[in-house]
Design a protein around this ligand. Structure first.
Ligand code: GAP
Length: 452
């Protein structure tokens, strides 16, 4: 964790401010006063989110054996959520302040204390359960029969399609189905920016295995998922830790569950859950749909309902992790002894929204044209940026703030000998290289990238 002095500490306010300033994340419907719990991903944010998503997708479906993809619909039959237990159990205990009508999660406030909003004492209603699923209606009639829900997790789409995937592809147990998509929860406590929002994205994988083998797959997936964050996303090891669910946190059907926690600006919080879920969900869907959810082992002719190990990560929560881990206000000392603060996002090049910025030293004398042509030639391989406005030092700082790992500067010598300056974001070191070596040098540096 970036343990800077108090003044340069990473805070949520600083991250929110940078996100807005540099086009990562905006409050939804801002011009109308904003909508709580909903966010828009701007030009930089959508790239960061897509990079995290693509890295996960590649990791799960391309680099692992026997994992196939799925993109199930957000709207599903209402019975899905009865079977899964969400209709009856997916609730938070809520209280309202009778004075100011503010609503709170009963498990997050002291009911004997004054209302945090209006300060009235003894004003809370008795706690009652509030279902987190958003309801809507399908078709022309808004009656009970047409009630459906926006999915609160992507996982159920995978369970419901389990038989379709088995019969249409050549997967054999053990195998997994991976899915990325939007989920919706009517969260009451939506503070902490995008950490807990009402509309968010999940990256989930259900791994179907033979009953009795789940205790082998569970530690395997725990290790895989932890290493993904350190090795591929480039998150510092000391900012991640495990939390095993105690008996009061564990779902009644779950055998075991661990969270990977990340050290967010507000402290240690869940990033991803790895759950040993037994055959609960498939059994429930068999019961409610009347359709067999079994698997026939082609070798032994044995029929069984598979057990499931689930890996369930928040994509939008991954975005907040990447931003929090990357953010640093670095104190630099100039030659005159004066201090200067450089705000920099130390993104791993795998997820950085811009990989290479091409900057002409000055606009005139053909430098801008040369740099523009160079930038175009690099677009096939890298996400690039081109910036001609302001002093070169300020342009470097602008790129540091969006986390661009490499800057290329075109100067007068470039016109003579086709060499450029390559500047590295983290160390600010510069090297002179021929234009023809830009691509290979950047690829090598990315492969060897280590956060210092
Ligand atoms: N299928 C299991 C499941 O959904 P979960 O622990 O409720 O488990 C998994 O959610 C992950 O989804 C969490 O670790 C978190 O990263 C993300 N997540 C859950 N609720 C969220 C919310 N309201 N906003 C943003 N991310 C959320």
């Amino acid at each position: 964790m970036a343990e800077n002095n108090e003044k340069n500490k990473v805070t949520m306010d600083k991250i929110v401010s940078l996100c807005r300033r540099r086009g990562f994340i905006f409050q939804s419907s801002e011009i109308y006063g904003g909508l709580n719990g909903a966010y828009d991903y701007g030009p930089m944010g959508v790239r960061l989110k897509n990079n995290l998503r693509d890295l996960w997708w590649k990791e799960m479906t391309q680099l692992h054996d026997n994992i196939v993809g799925l993109d199930a619909s957000i709207l599903m039959h209402a019975k899905v959520w009865e079977a899964s237990g969400h209709v009856s159990n997916f609730t938070d205990p809520m209280v309202d302040c009778k004075q100011c009508k503010s609503r709170f999660r009963a498990d997050q406030i002291d009911l004997n204390a004054p209302c945090p909003v209006c300060g009235t004492r003894g004003s809370f209603t008795t706690p009652r359960n509030f279902n987190l699923m958003f309801q809507t209606h399908i078709g022309a009639n808004a009656d009970a029969a047409s009630t459906i829900y926006l999915r609160p997790e992507t996982a159920q789409g995978i369970y419901v399609d389990f038989k379709n995937v088995v019969s249409s592809s050549r997967v054999k147990i053990p195998f997994g189905i991976a899915q990325v998509g939007k989920s919706f929860r009517n969260e009451i406590t939506t503070k902490n920016f995008i950490f807990r929002s009402c509309e968010f994205e999940q990256m989930e994988m259900q791994f179907f295995c033979k009953p009795g083998t789940e205790d082998e797959w569970f530690p395997y997936w725990r290790e895989q998922r932890f290493n993904f964050y350190t090795d591929k996303v480039g998150i510092r090891k000391e900012a991640l830790r495990w939390h095993q669910h105690g008996p009061d946190e564990l779902a009644f059907y779950a055998k075991d569950a661990y969270d990977i926690q990340f050290y967010f600006p507000m402290g240690w919080q869940e990033l991803e859950g790895i759950h040993s879920r037994t055959d609960y969900d498939l059994t429930q869907h068999q019961k409610f749909s009347g359709k067999e959810m079994t698997y026939l082992d082609p070798e032994t002719n044995q029929k069984y309902i598979p057990y499931v190990v689930e890996t369930s990560a928040g994509l939008t929560r991954n975005v907040l992790m990447a931003l929090s881990d990357a953010y640093e206000e670095e104190v630099l000392k100039g030659e005159d002894g004066k201090e200067d603060v450089r705000t920099v996002l130390h993104f791993h090049p795998n997820v950085a929204p811009v990989m290479v910025a091409v900057l002409p030293l000055v606009k005139k004398d053909g430098l801008a044209e040369y740099a523009s042509d160079l930038e175009h030639s690099l677009r096939e391989e890298f996400v690039t940026d081109f910036d001609t406005s302001g002093a070169i030092g300020r342009r470097y700082r602008r790129q540091d703030e969006i986390g661009t790992p490499y800057c290329i500067t075109v100067d007068y010598d470039t016109l003579k000998d086709n060499t450029v300056t390559l500047r590295f974001r983290d160390s600010m070191e510069q090297m002179r290289i021929p234009v023809s070596e830009i691509e290979s040098t950047i690829k090598k540096a990315t492969k060897e990238y280590k956060r210092v």
